[in-house]
Design a protein around this ligand. Structure first.
Ligand code: AMP
Ligand code: GLY
Length: 439
């Protein structure tokens, strides 16, 4: 195999976790993240990109939504693969532009990314493909919304139709609050409440075949014991010691494969990562949502356990030849990630607090500290610049050991303006999650 250069588009924890896993693949020679952050700029410099090279400015200044600029940067870097991290450029058609330029791209077309871009579209695909999900109504005005709320009863679930960075969903017992969210959003999907534990299952698809990654669980609420508002995700772990043994096989058969087949049948094949957010309800497995890209922060927990080379895997998917990649190979043990977020997140996060400490410079064995929302201030110091600032990723023989390693490393960070949840994977480590008897 020729030496592969990979361009990862994005700048968050997920993109930096992808870059970290890509650098572990012997088939990958170079990895650049654009626009990236101080963490990946250091990586680009180690790979020979001088700070005064105009290409460096092109990389750090990239607008991920500008497909022409993404193509130009990929060509200048000699990238053999472009991986698009976030949903917004996918929905905007940046992957289409990269493919039109003749470059291999991991990430769905604008048409296929509608699985994430429109809740209503996702529901239509699930109905056509026979995929189990919550019953729902699409409502275009407050009268329709009121009728739908009364049909399902509390707890009420109201979802904005478009992209909302994980913040468009309100789940509440308060009918007035549900109605107010519907009125504020305009077009909404209102659906029945799904009980039971939630699981994220990711599958790599080449448009007609798919390979599952390990199932993970994400912590969406900002506060301990799942209190407070929804966030993009405050932590994650994998694998799930409590999950039914057939969870992945059943999800592939009932959810992932029918969805990939329906997208292909419509002439809009899904090439990229299909993220199924699932609820294991008392009435069986249901899809809560689809995303069209790697989840953040689940990716940070999953990829350290992947033994198969990530670059070869994503390139095979991009080129429609996943059949040439065997079943994926995984390391033993558990992995978890704890997010350190800036005070104020998920509302208005405070920028500019210092980010440092020995675990950042020299993480203990089995631990990685990923920069997500960081920047350099005018004096060249590393500071917080975003909601989710760092991801502490730790491996262990089991979840208890991985948790202990992650929280010990957090104690070795000097991050006065950041906070984390103390209970990531705690209930799973204690064995106190009860899945339903049947999927
Ligand atoms: P979504 O953007 O669709 O992933 O929703 C964000 C979060 O809201 C999910 O992870 C769930 O925790 C919650 N949620 C969404 N839909 C439902 C539902 N039908 N029943 C219960 N909780 C839900
Ligand atoms: N972890 C939730 C998301 O990526 O949307």
């Amino acid at each position: 195999m020729t030496e592969l250069t990979v361009l990862v588009v994005g700048s968050g924890g997920r993109e930096h976790a992808l870059a970290s896993a890509l650098t572990r693949d012997p088939a990958v020679a170079r990895v650049h993240v654009a626009p990236g952050n101080p963490g990946s700029w250091a990586l680009s410099r180690r790979q020979g990109l001088a700070p005064d090279d105009p290409l460096f400015a092109q990389l750090t200044g990239l607008d991920p939504l500008d497909g022409t600029a993404v193509v130009a940067l990929a060509e200048r870097l000699g990238a053999g693969l472009v991986v698009i991290g976030p949903e917004a450029p996918l929905v905007a058609g940046v992957a289409d532009q990269v493919r039109q330029a003749g470059l291999a791209c991991f990430g769905p077309s604008a048409a296929a990314a509608q699985l994430e871009g429109s809740k209503q579209f996702a529901k239509q695909i699930m109905a056509a493909a026979g995929v189990p999900t919550a019953r729902s109504h699409y409502c275009a005005d407050p009268d329709q919304a009121a009728r739908a709320l009364d049909q399902f009863g509390p707890p009420y679930v109201v979802k904005a139709d478009g992209l909302a960075s994980g913040k468009g969903v309100v789940v509440t017992d308060d009918r007035a609050q549900a109605l107010a969210h519907a009125a504020a959003c305009g077009q909404v999907v209102i659906e029945e409440f799904l009980d039971g534990p939630e699981v994220s299952l990711f599958a790599i698809s080449d448009g007609c075949r798919a390979l599952p990654l390990l199932p993970a669980q994400d912590f969406k609420r900002v506060g301990a014991d799942d209190t407070g508002p929804n966030t993009g995700g405050m932590g994650a772990y994998t694998p799930l010691p409590w999950a039914p043994a057939d969870l992945t096989a059943v999800t592939m058969a009932r959810v992932i494969e029918p969805t990939i087949a329906e997208m292909a049948r419509r002439g809009t094949p899904f090439v990229g990562l299909l993220y199924a957010g699932l609820a294991l309800t008392s009435r069986g497995l249901r899809v809560v949502e689809f995303n069209a890209r790697f989840g953040d922060p689940e990716t940070q927990a999953i990829l350290p356990l992947l033994r198969t080379g990530l670059g070869q895997l994503l390139l095979a998917a991009a080129q429609g030849r996943l059949d040439q990649v065997g079943p994926l190979s995984w390391q033993e043990g558990s992995c978890l990630t704890v997010v350190l977020a800036a005070q104020g997140y998920p509302g208005r996060p405070q920028a500019g607090s210092p980010v440092g400490g020995s675990a950042l410079e020299q993480p203990p064995a089995g631990v990685e500290v990923i920069q997500a929302g960081t920047a350099w201030d005018a004096a060249g110091r590393l500071v917080a610049a975003g909601g989710r600032v760092l991801d502490v990723v730790a491996r262990g023989a089991d979840l208890a050991q991985a948790r202990a390693a992650a929280y010990a490393a957090i104690d070795q960070l000097d991050v006065p303006g950041l906070f984390c949840r103390p209970d990531i994977a705690l209930r799973a480590a204690q064995g106190s999650i009860d899945p339903p008897a049947d999927l």
